[in-house]
Design a protein around this ligand. Structure first.
Ligand SMILES: [Mg+2]
Length: 208
């Protein structure tokens, strides 16, 4: 059985930076905290949104209540989701794996505003066999429920899954289920790790 490749999204395939979004949102708000960047990145509201406990509208309403944002949901969403840039090295690695016939999946702690933006702006995002998003599953990595959802979607368990993520706690939870987990730091290191698993190398990948 050939392995399937599981990709985290943020800091693996797309980089993100809340700084510009935070500045634009703060400029339209009455009570934005001095470090709105930290507020947006670490607020329980964002965890609730990305765990599916708040809808897009619910998240927007809660943020407006907290900071006194003046714009509508469309304006807020436009700022909030425009935080991503492509990471070409990993996107190229993913494209190579696809050409070699490997099945690939997205596995992300995220929200529907972010996914709407990524899907619209980044063509690479269409080329996966399936997508597991925390806000749809109702659980964020490293909770077991989202890993179980990934196994169910791809129809594999244990060492059949090769998993790339930049966060150690997420990798540890995958490894605990027997997934072959790679802490993603650079495309070069990840290529070397894949080569060590016998499915790739700098000169190209063996077909499954
Ligand atoms: Mg990540």
């Amino acid at each position: 059985m050939p392995p399937v490749l599981i990709f985290d999204l943020g800091k693996v395939l797309v980089d993100f930076d809340y700084t510009v979004a935070a500045q634009k949102i703060a400029a339209r708000s009455d009570r934005a905290p001095a470090d709105l960047h930290a507020f947006l990145g670490s607020s329980p509201l964002l965890v609730d949104y990305e765990s599916g406990r708040l809808t897009r509208q619910g998240f927007y309403d809660a943020v407006c209540g907290a900071i006194g944002f003046h714009g509508d949901l469309a304006e807020f969403g436009g700022y909030f989701a425009k935080i991503f840039t492509e990471m070409p090295g990993t996107i190229a690695l993913h494209a190579e794996l696809r050409r070699r016939g490997f099945k690939t999946y997205i596995f992300s702690n995220t929200n529907d505003l972010a996914i709407e933006h990524v899907r619209r702006d980044f063509p690479f995002f269409a080329h996966f066999d399936g997508y597991i998003f925390s806000y749809e599953v109702g659980a964020m990595k490293p909770l077991p429920a989202i890993y179980a959802a990934m196994e169910q979607m791809c129809g594999h368990t244990g060492a059949d899954l090769i998993y790339l993520d930049d966060r150690a706690e997420n990798i540890a939870a995958g490894a605990a289920r027997g997934w072959r987990a790679i802490l993603h730091e650079t495309p070069e290191k990840t290529r070397a790790a894949l080569a060590g698993m016998g499915i790739g190398g700098q000169e190209g990948f063996n077909s499954p």
